[in-house]
Design a protein around this ligand. Structure first.
Ligand code: NAD
Length: 269
């Protein structure tokens, strides 16, 4: 069965890559709707032409309510406030949603969780298969190395990224904290400056780099006296996120209402 995809933020970095990935799906997926920010000069343009693929016959709408009735699943990589509006429209129309947007507040996360009582929601801070494998490896490393190591999460992204640390870095810290029975909100240290004092072993440190066109690098360092283990993932193209999100889109349309993530899609739980 062909799954009808709606892409939010069609002109964005991820939006264009998603449209390209849908076109490479050999008919398993079809682009059935696309939107951009209201007021954008691209409203009404052909989504295929925007992605450099030639005409696809799907014009870019300015409101999700104009496409939600024609699609099986919405794929949303936009901004937190926009995604919150979109999930409400999906819940009202009984349409599944894949959320790649990062940087939600706790209140926004609560709205997403509430909506998942009505519709299937797959939300992940990172949809690449490699990163999700790393989450599993991090859980194993934290359990083996335990409280004998200092743990630091390092991440680097392109200069346009607006939130920090990255959602993926926070997820990585969360996996490690969870494995060690720590509460990330209590132990996280976001950057250091000046007279910081000696390091407290229970903390999990985060360091952020923003530069150039880096697609996304993450390293988690487990440093002991005499040795250290580093688990690193480097994304070189957004296609890895797009392919993973579309794999999640196909998977989630078959599921009952509920909250899922990429670990569920890959059967890594
Ligand atoms: P981007 O700025 O290039 O694209 C976002 C697009 O959304 C823009 O074109 C913008 O105009 C559009 N938009 C904003 N509000 C809208 C609305 N109300 N309706 C329709 N379109 C709207 O950003 P990007 O690099 O593509 O990243 C987008 C989001 O995805 C960010 O939160 C980023 O952190 C996240 N991201 C997640 C993953 C993942 O695997 N989960 C991977 C890459 C990026």
């Amino acid at each position: 069965m062909t799954v009808r995809i709606g892409v939010i933020g069609a002109a964005g970095r991820m939006g264009r890559t998603l449209i390209e990935a849908v076109s490479q799906s050999d008919g398993a997926l079809i682009l059935a709707g696309a939107t951009e920010r209201p007021g954008s000069s691209l409203i009404g343009a052909d989504a295929g032409e925007l992605a450099g693929l030639g005409k696809l016959g799907v014009s870019i709408a300015d409101d999700v309510t104009k496409i939600v009735g024609d699609i099986d699943v919405l794929v949303d990589f936009s901004s937190p406030s926009a995604t919150i509006e979109h999930i409400k429209a999906c819940a009202a129309n009984n349409t599944a949603i894949v959320i790649g947007t990062t940087g939600f507040t706790a209140e926004q996360d609560e709205i997403i969780t509430k909506s998942s009582a009505q519709i299937p929601v797959c939300k992940a801070s990172n949809f690449s298969t490699g990163v999700n494998l790393c989450f599993k490896l991090l859980d194993i490393a934290a359990r083996v190395l335990g409280d004998d190591v200092d743990i630091e999460v390092l991440e680097a992204h392109h200069r346009h990224k607006v939130d920090a640390p990255s959602g993926t870095a926070l997820s990585m810290g969360g996996v490690v904290a969870n494995a060690l029975g720590r509460d990330l909100a209590e132990v996280a240290v976001y950057g250091r400056e000046g007279q910081t004092g000696a390091r407290d072993r229970d903390t999990i440190g985060f360091a952020t780099v923003r530069a150039g066109d880096i697609v996304g690098d993450h390293t988690v360092m487990f440093a002991a006296d005499g040795e250290r283990v580093e688990i690193t993932h480097k994304a070189s193209s957004r296609m890895s996120f797009a392919r993973g999100a579309l794999r999640a889109a196909r998977w989630v349309t078959e599921k009952p209402a509920g909250m899922y993530d990429m670990q569920d899609v890959l059967n890594l739980k």
